[in-house]
Design a protein around this ligand. Structure first.
Ligand SMILES: Cc1cc2nc3c(=O)[nH]c(=O)nc-3n(C[C@H](O)[C@H](O)[C@H](O)COP(=O)(O)O)c2cc1C
Length: 356
């Protein structure tokens, strides 16, 4: 323990939100490294907890936030939490976990978009001094897009990231700034439209792609484990509401591997929502002279997008209600499961069980 580090902070308080364990691992790893460096008052809190105790926060504390990147942004629960976080004049660090991958012997990074920038800006306005500001690339849990990584790749990524985390912690404990997040600024800024699109639209669409297959035993683990209480029983089956954060905890923890992404069915609904239905509505508006031919031809794309936006939610909502009913019929449930990529054996699940 150096005198410097002892003098610098009285306590270290770290909040995390985690779907599959990467951000929780990062928070605990930083806490462990800080304890090894002689800090005795180190606490790790869960952002998803309903009751929060802010009484420990003082100006001489180091405050930290660890959270995953979702759709090139911080998850809504994290943004909301930081928005409501009490203001202080303390040092703060932000660490977003991204989708790390391994290609041959190369550890490839994810992309953060606004994930660091928005929370940092909010904290800056609240009076905090962001001294640590960096992404960390742990094994990707984005398994509706790709199968979970094999154990070799996970270990490789985990080892590298652990070294990065340790170095990061040692530096900020000495009061040195670690602002690697800035390296990503040009790319992150270019992704703002996609970040916003995911935040305002994409995440709601994604929440309507999960379902419990015929293998579901109704054990209720997904419902109990959901950090935002987004899964409920409807007709005695798990049902994903719009408040789902797509954190992937349910799909990765189901003991029966009974939670799938409805790829086939979702493509059908997306085709209806983004193509067929807006086209029919626009043509109907023209046919019944609700809009003029001039308006139709001159602003077709704009009108198409507005209709898609408005009716998209409705189509996804009813599409999911219909899906829920179809799943009750075993043969249809099998068919919907059959057209899902996640049902393949090689489509591995992911959770971070690496010991801290
Ligand atoms: C819905 C969703 C969106 C994601 N978006 C991104 C992204 O934009 N950029 C990225 O690098 N990783 C993205 N990821 C990957 C996760 O951020 C990454 O695997 C993270 O380490 C998971 O942390 P956790 O285990 O604490 O939940 C996404 C994952 C999910 C499930």
């Amino acid at each position: 323990m150096t005198k410097n580090t002892k003098k610098k902070y009285k306590k270290i308080l770290i909040w995390n939100f985690s779907g599959t364990g990467n951000a929780r691992f990062s928070a605990n790893y930083i806490a462990k490294t800080a304890r090894e460096a002689g800090y005795h008052q180190v606490s790790v809190y869960n952002i998803a907890d309903k009751q929060q105790d802010y009484s420990e926060i003082q100006n001489n504390c180091l405050i930290g936030f660890c959270f995953p990147t979702h759709g090139f942004n911080a998850p809504p629960i994290v943004l909301k939490f930081i928005w409501n976080f009490p203001g202080r004049k303390a040092d703060v660090f932000l660490l977003n976990t991204r989708a790390g991958m391994k290609f041959f012997n190369i550890h490839t990074p994810g992309i953060g978009g606004l994930a660091l920038w928005l929370p940092a800006l909010i904290l800056l306005i609240k009076g905090y001094n962001p001294i640590g500001f960096r992404p960390i690339d742990l094994p990707s849990n984005w398994i509706y897009l790709h199968p979970g990584l094999n154990s070799n790749a996970k270990q490789f990524i985990q080892n590298r990231s652990s070294i990065t985390l340790r170095n990061f912690t040692h530096k900020i404990l000495k009061g040195k700034s670690v602002l690697n997040g800035w390296l990503w600024f040009p790319l992150d800024i270019m992704l703002v439209p996609i970040s916003l699109g995911y935040y305002l639209y994409g995440r709601f669409v994604l929440s309507k792609t999960y379902f419990a297959s015929y293998k579901c035993t109704n054990c209720g683990l997904c419902i109990r484990n959901c950090p935002v209480g987004a899964i409920k029983y409807v007709n005695n089956r798990p049902y994903w509401t719009f408040s789902c954060e797509s954190c992937m905890r349910c799909i990765n923890h189901c003991p029966e591997r009974a939670i799938e992404t409805a790829h086939g069915y979702s493509f059908l609904i997306w085709w209806l929502a983004f193509s067929i239905v807006p086209m029919f509505i626009l043509n109907g508006l023209l046919k019944y002279r609700i809009i003029s031919a001039e308006l139709y031809h001159e602003h077709y794309s704009l009108l198409f997008n507005i209709i898609t936006f408005i009716f998209g939610f409705i189509i996804f909502f009813f599409g999911y209600l219909i899906l829920h009913q179809l799943l009750r019929v075993r043969i249809l449930n099998k068919l919907i499961t059959f057209t899902s990529f996640t049902r393949f054996k090689f489509w591995k699940r992911y959770k971070n069980e690496y010991p801290v």
